[in-house]
Design a protein around this ligand. Sequence first.
Ligand SMILES: CC(C)(COP(=O)(O)OP(=O)(O)OC[C@H]1O[C@@H](n2cnc3c(N)ncnc32)[C@H](O)[C@@H]1OP(=O)(O)O)[C@@H](O)C(=O)NCCC(=O)NCCS
Length: 200
Amino acid sequence: MGPTGLVKIRPLSGADLDAALPALARLRIEVFRAYPYLYEGSLAYEESYLQKLARARDAFIVAAETGDGEIVGCATGSGIDDQHAEFSQPLLVAGYDLPTTFYFGESVLLPAYRGKGTGHAFFDAREAHAIAHGYKRACFCAVERPDDHPKRPAGYTPLDAFWQAREYRRLPGVTAHFTWPETAGGSEINHPMAYWLRQF
Ligand SMILES: CC(C)(COP(=O)(O)OP(=O)(O)OC[C@H]1O[C@@H](n2cnc3c(N)ncnc32)[C@H](O)[C@@H]1OP(=O)(O)O)[C@@H](O)C(=O)NCCC(=O)NCCS
């Protein structure tokens, strides 16, 4: 991908990765509050989630920054066998080799900066990192919502076509389950998530 206009894309590792964790926590809470995730996040949960990510094998974050150095988007990844068992175990049961599988944790970009190629740049950077570290495939999970979900906004477009264009295929019959609250102080709700996978 060429220049993305409004933002600069910066791969982060080591101390730079650690320094970006608070920004990533804020972005996850803000972006995932919207449909289809409807995640009512807390900074306390985010801290433990992101510490786990930062310590995972081959952990990687790519950040989108404005000219002023403000982080307005992030995408993450790591080896899947060092990820939450909720994501690694269904793939293992489906017969995939975990040590050669890279897992994309999330892509989050503030709405004002979307539609300018940053999502593609996030994939490019994470795929390059995974290939450079010898991984044979990459995958990620996406929440499943029924088409008639009451909170689906009018005009909502799923990202499936984007992911297919990036050569990711949905794995039939393989589902992860991950819980998060959808209301402040509310109970943890179990969410089914589909796998999307690409062989390199
Ligand atoms: C995923 C996300 C980071 C993509 O960011 P982006 O910078 O807008 O992506 P791009 O500009 O690179 O566009 C990628 C593709 O998305 C699609 N797209 C872009 N803007 C869109 C819009 N307004 N409506 C529908 N699809 C759109 C297009 O198919 C585009 O592909 P193209 O280049 O062939 O046209 C951003 O949409 C986001 O933060 N979404 C909310 C969080 C989320 O759902 N993350 C994914 C799961 S973790």
